[in-house]
Design a protein around this ligand. Structure first.
Ligand code: FES
Length: 292
């Protein structure tokens, strides 16, 4: 399998195609305005607090796997009830594959550059699996049970490879995991810079007890959140600021600097949050441990 993933990255043009396709999708979402962003936030899993895609893959793979088991048992036993159970489970898996694919596409549109080719391959392999399962459902309607089972088993083979590639994306490429450093910082109020140097609307990054912290002064109030974007590690101090919101420069996640919450994905994890104040001419911060 390692061979498969490294081979695909060497296929001429595939990496470029994978990255450009993701960028085009991302631009289309941003260009479609606020309603499209809200819709894709749902697909990313902002409501869930972590990516929604893995949750749905369980339904899809579970339905298909057990469907195949019941199909085989139905063939051996000639039990109509067992065959029907195989039909129902295969139908469930195929129905769940639609939202699963949509959540996957949403995540792909904002994928890290180094993970784009593997993510594209993951999508292609799973689409092949979906095609086999779709054909299997058609064969079931025609009561061609042997063919339906064979098509399901072929689909199962492909989705197994797709699942492996999904694991590679998470565990090797770190897609979908929280990239913000472990939330930490001073438990007591700690001076981090002279207040005179923190100019209104001009973000500043400081390192406090090993934690990168973004400082932002807006309307006379100082705000502080983790400076490393939870989606893929983008530097938030280089982002675009609008009111109390910062948009990440890498894939455009939006966070509220007042509390670190996600306003728009692709990020699904909030930023570490700090209290901030000006005391004796110094900007002071204190880590809010309960933020995450
Ligand atoms: S790194 Fe992807 S949105 Fe910030």
């Amino acid at each position: 399998m390692m061979l498969l993933t490294s081979v695909i990255e060497r296929v001429p043009g595939f990496t470029r195609f994978a990255r450009q396709a993701a960028q085009a999708m991302h631009r289309a979402v941003l260009g479609a305005g606020e309603p499209a962003r809200r819709a894709i936030d749902v697909l990313h899993g902002k409501w869930l607090g972590h990516p929604a895609h893995p949750l749905l893959t369980d339904l899809t793979i579970g339905g298909w796997s057990f469907g195949s088991l019941f199909d085989l048992a139905g063939l051996l036993t000639r039990s109509e009830r067992t065959q029907r159970a195989g039909d129902a489970l295969t139908g469930l898996g195929t129905a769940a594959a639609i939202p699963t694919a949509l959540t996957g596409l949403a995540d792909y549109s904002a994928i890290k550059r180094d993970a784009a080719p593997l993510a594209a391959l993951h999508a292609i392999v799973n689409d092949v699996a979906l095609t086999f399962y779709g054909l299997s459902l058609i064969a079931r309607r025609q009561d061609r049970r042997g063919l339906a089972t064979a098509l399901s088993l072929l689909g199962f083979g492909w989705v197994t490879v797709g699942g492996y590639l999904g694991g590679e994306l998470v565990f090797r490429k770190r897609v979908g995991v929280n990239h913000a450093p472990k939330p930490s910082g001073p438990g007591d109020w700690t001076a981090v810079m002279p207040a005179s140097e923190l100019v209104e609307h001009r973000p500043h990054r400081v390192e406090v007890e090993g934690a990168p912290v973004l400082l932002y002064r807006f309307g006379g109030t100082v705000y502080a959140i983790g400076a490393v974007c939870s989606h893929a590690g983008g530097p938030l101090e280089e982002g675009t600021f609008d009111g109390t919101c910062v948009q990440c420069p890498w894939h455009d996640s939006v966070f509220d600097v007042r509390d670190g919450r996600v306003v728009h994905g692709p990020a699904t994890f909030p930023q570490p949050r700090y209290r901030a104040r000006i005391e004796n001419g110094q900007v002071e911060i204190q880590f809010v441990a309960e933020a995450l």
